[in-house]
Design a binder for this molecule. Structure first.
Ligand code: C2E
Ligand code: CA
Ligand code: CA
Length: 637
């Protein structure tokens, strides 16, 4: 009697597995980090319905086998519920895919209308056929038969809708996720086909669960950005280790968009689409990693992309076209795997070190020279860290150089600017452009300033003791340091500790356009000025030169940047402009210092343009601070 389609070979084992798997999935998502977005909510609903489906399927079969009085109402009802739940799952899959693809309203609407109509139709059929007997039916002998197989057709139409939507919008879907969904759908079809071939129905619900497992694994299981289809930087490290261990070469491309590289920012939709396109259209099997909010890196194996150079160029061409539309600042770096970086698994720092040296809107191909520079950089960083930790104000690695400044009023060298150098084992003397920004970015700049100040004070002390006429020596201070509330106390402490008058020290600072920096600066300058410390505005003419703000800060000297000295040589008008700026400052009781005076002609022009002080290679290159004595003169007895 019981050997028909529904009950012949039915075993509740498939349903029991789904039933338990749903509980396992719930435990997993509750105990791991999952982004609770809309698609996750839909996913949870799918799991809930799968749970119900397996339950109803078990009950439906159990009811059938236990009916003795020939009243099958309960069986019809349970089967109806079972099918309604299954149809709901199909609809939810469509909703999920639509959500995942971020479809616009007008694209979403026809799909949702079609799926909903289908949904209503299928449910109506389940109910009507239960009454009119055209569908599932149990005859007088208790034998179940299937009439018109609406459920099967409905199922196939839903599957077709999903495949169709995924195909036409495939560019919006990260290819890895797409393959996972197609793969699990194929497995589901196979299971359903095989079970129907053998007249079984035990695995129907199981087949409905596979795509959900794919979603759980590829989308909800970890810090995975659905918008970009990118995995995080830790995953990049894992991948590099994997590839390096297997001696597989790869290529990488890094895209940095500084406008979005901030806490709380993310790429807008159009850019997301573009990045996804770059990630999936050019290379085979490329994986995209999100390093920070505005930084993504693409990695692809060379073996399956033998023409990778072409592909890189094509991608760059497309990027150039898109750039015309968006005009966003960028830095692009591409390169091939380099064993030395792979073995240390340091691509992110490597890329960042190249980025630091690049100008905006450039494309750079990484070479071995970059590795050398990167190694230097890493070495410098370690040394800076060590200097910071030791906190020795006379650390021999921080070297004070000095450039004497000619004072037109006294006709002598009686001031100078202290310029920092690093002297590191193996490398030797290092210029500021190689380490100042590194120190600033890593928070070590203030410890360097303290050392330079100490060494400058030591030298001033020795000059004074030996009877030299030293008006003052200036040191350079970074704006960043002024944000530290201990800044002025640190400076005061070092100066008084070395026993020289405070007015022998001057501090050079550059303008900052930030409002908060301005407020810090104003506070710090005020405190130190009261003690006699002098202040210079450095690099005037290169920054924003907000006159209102400059006037609000009590500077003693305005240092005109070398670019102004050069500009004044170009034509009459420029000379007049620089000249009248300088004239204005001197009338307002500021002293004007020209930097970068290299020739006699430079000197003459600067003197004509209200100069009080002159500094530049014409007088001296930067020299070790102890050599200052050969420029300064002794006070006449
Ligand atoms: P800056 O403060 O504008 O220093 C002047 C730079 O111009 C020095 O470069 C100096 O060697 C160079 N220079 C001097 N005369 C001439 C000339 O006639 N022609 C040309 N073309 N250049 C001339 P240096 O020593 O390489 O320093 C570069 C920058 O590094 C400095 O620019 C300053 O911004 C920074 N720096 C140097 N020492 C320190 C320091 O102790 N602390 C901080 N925070 N920054 C420093
Ligand atoms: Ca300076
Ligand atoms: Ca300067």
């Amino acid at each position: 009697m019981i050997n028909d389609l529904y009950f012949g070979n039915f075993s509740p084992v498939g349903d029991v597995v789904v039933f338990s798997m749903c509980i396992v999935v719930l435990i997993l998502v509750m105990t791991s980090y999952v982004t609770r977005n809309r698609s996750f909510a839909i996913f949870l609903n799918i799991i809930g319905f799968l749970f119900l489906a397996s339950l109803f399927d078990i009950l439906f079969h159990a009811a059938y086998t236990h009916i003795t009085d020939g009243d099958y109402t309960k069986v019809y009802l349970l089967r109806m519920l079972f099918h309604i739940v299954l149809v709901s799952i199909l609809l939810l899959y469509v909703v999920y895919i639509v959500e995942l693809l971020h479809l616009e309203r007008e694209r979403k609407l026809p799909i949702m209308i079609l799926s909903t109509v289908l949904y209503v139709g299928m449910i109506a059929w389940e109910i009507i056929s239960g009454i009119n007997g055209k569908g599932f039916r149990i005859d007088e002998n208790g034998k179940a038969t299937e009439g018109i197989r609406v459920f099967l057709y409905g199922y196939l139409i839903y599957a077709a809708i999903i495949v169709f939507v995924m195909m036409i919008h495939r560019k919006r879907l990260y290819s890895q996720v797409m393959y996972a969904l197609y793969g699990t759908m194929i497995v589901s079809f196979l299971i359903l086909y095989v079970q129907s071939y053998y007249g079984n129905s035990s695995y129907t619900v199981t087949a409905f669960m596979f795509p959900a497992i794919a979603l759980l694994y590829s989308i909800h299981s970890n810090p995975y950005s659905i918008e970009l289809g990118a995995v995080d930087s830790r995953a990049l490290k894992d991948m590099i280790r994997y590839l390096y261990d297997r001696k597989r070469d790869f290529v990488f491309m890094s895209l940095y968009l500084p406008d979005f590289d901030m806490e709380g920012k993310s790429f807008p939709k159009e850019i997301q689409t573009l990045i996804r396109k770059f990630a999936s259209e050019f290379f085979f099997g490329a994986v995209l990693f999100q390093i920070s909010n505005g930084h993504v890196v693409l990695v692809a194996k060379k073996s399956i992309n033998p023409d990778y150079e072409n592909k890189i160029n094509k991608l760059l061409n497309v990027f150039a076209e898109e750039y015309e539309k968006f005009k966003l600042d960028y830095k692009i770096i591409s390169g091939e795997s380099i064993d030395e970086i792979s073995s240390r698994n340091e691509y992110i720092s490597f890329i960042r070190s190249i980025q630091r040296r690049m100008k905006m809107n450039e494309v750079h191909f990484a070479t071995y020279d970059d590795v050398t520079l990167f190694n230097n950089y890493e070495f410098i960083l370690e040394e800076l860290e060590d200097i910071y930790r030791r906190n020795d104000l006379r650390d021999p690695r921080v070297v004070a150089y000095c450039q004497p400044v000619y004072n037109l009023e006294t006709g002598r060298y009686d001031t100078a600017e202290a310029l920092m150098r690093l002297k590191l084992p193996d490398i030797g003397l290092i210029a500021p452009d190689q380490f100042i920004s590194v120190a600033e970015e890593n928070g070590y700049i203030h410890s360097l300033t303290r050392i330079i100040l100490q060494k400058t004070c030591d030298e001033i002390k020795s000059l004074i003791d030996e009877g030299y006429d030293v008006k003052r020596i200036s040191i350079n201070v970074s704006i960043l340091e002024m944000r530290d509330i201990n800044f002025s106390n640190d400076i005061k402490g070092i100066i008084t500790g070395s026993g020289i008058p405070e007015d022998k020290i001057a501090i050079e600072i550059t303008e900052s356009m930030s409002d908060s920096d301005f407020i810090y600066m104003k506070g710090m300058i005020g405190e130190l000025k009261d003690r006699g410390v002098k202040f210079y505005l450095d690099d005037f003419g290169t920054g924003y030169s907000n006159m209102e703000r400059i006037m609000e800060l009590p500077f003693d000297i305005i240092k005109f940047d070398r670019s102004m000295v050069i500009a004044s040589d170009s034509d009459e008008r420029s000379e007049q402009m620089v000249g009248s700026l300088a004239d204005m400052f001197s009338k307002l009781n500021y002293s004007v210092l020209y930097e970068g005076v290299e020739s006699d002609l430079d000197e003459k022009r600067c003197i004509d343009m209200s100069a009080s002080y002159l500094q530049g290679y014409k007088y001296s290159r930067p020299i070790p601070i102890v050599e200052l004595k050969s420029f300064f003169s002794k006070i006449a007895e």
